[in-house]
Design a binder for this molecule. Sequence first.
Ligand SMILES: Nc1ncnc2c1ncn2[C@@H]1O[C@H](COP(=O)(O)OP(=O)(O)O)[C@@H](O)[C@H]1O
Length: 295
Amino acid sequence: MAVLNRLLFTARTTATSPSSIRSALRHSSSPTNNLQSPSPSPSPPSTDQNQLHLSRSGSERNVQWVFLGCPGVGKGTYAARLSKLLGVPHIATGDLVRHELASNGPLSSQLSEIVNQGKLVSDEFIIKLLSKRLEAGEAKGESGFILDGFPRTLRQAEILEGVTDIDLVINLKLREEALIAKCLGRRICSQCGGNYNVACIDIKSENGLPGMYMAPLLPPTSCESKLITRPDDTEEVVKHRLHVYNEMSRPVEVFYRNRGKLLEFDLPGGIPESWPKLLRALHLDVHEDKKTIAA
Ligand SMILES: Nc1ncnc2c1ncn2[C@@H]1O[C@H](COP(=O)(O)OP(=O)(O)O)[C@@H](O)[C@H]1O
């Protein structure tokens, strides 16, 4: 059975086994809570990192990778670059949610309330969106993926692990002051959809911590007058999203660390410094043209 069908099927059927999942579904069965994720539960204790397996799990299929990391860390940027390099689709669940919002369907207003408050939508809803996207991709002959923004809860991770073998999980890390500045500086061109960042991050070295410089990623003049800011990129909502990440998504890091699939990657700065370093960490630098690496 294709990954997407198994995903959807497992999302429905596993919901009746462990008690946490049962209670999540009980909450989501009421129409008012249908889209919203249940309240955070305490994170399990963290453990040491196991040995990392970077294999592509056989040569007959494309990579199945996941990007984890706090809001604003740059998951979208690096996932998009890797997807181009490896020829696999970049699937960002945040984009799927925003697309659903833009469609102005019957659930849009409930959905926008959840997203604009920086909360997670329910596991069931996000799995439905992801399954739909995977189905459309499979119909076009896509294979493999780089997931960005999924899984974000332990339950999502368990469901994904139950239906397919994820090869590698890249956990991008950046200090909190840079994360907040990057979210607040994020801009999107309302016409072409291009992602830019007007923040110039220049953190001086202090108390033994190294400094960090991240240049802004400015739009071309043709996009300048069309820039918009995501409604969930206000300071208050970004701080709440960071809180939600710590409560709901840190356990996902532990989940993959315990399975030896987590690659921790501390971003040293902006794209020119970080991209070649990330490629080296992934043993992909030999495949990349030196000029593209520097871009
Ligand atoms: N896997 C997911 N589970 C639940 N909600 C999600 C998931 N992915 C995206 N969302 C919803 O979409 C919003 C935007 O997601 P995203 O663009 O990935 O944000 P961020 O920049 O915070 O990583 C999230 O705040 C959440 O409401």
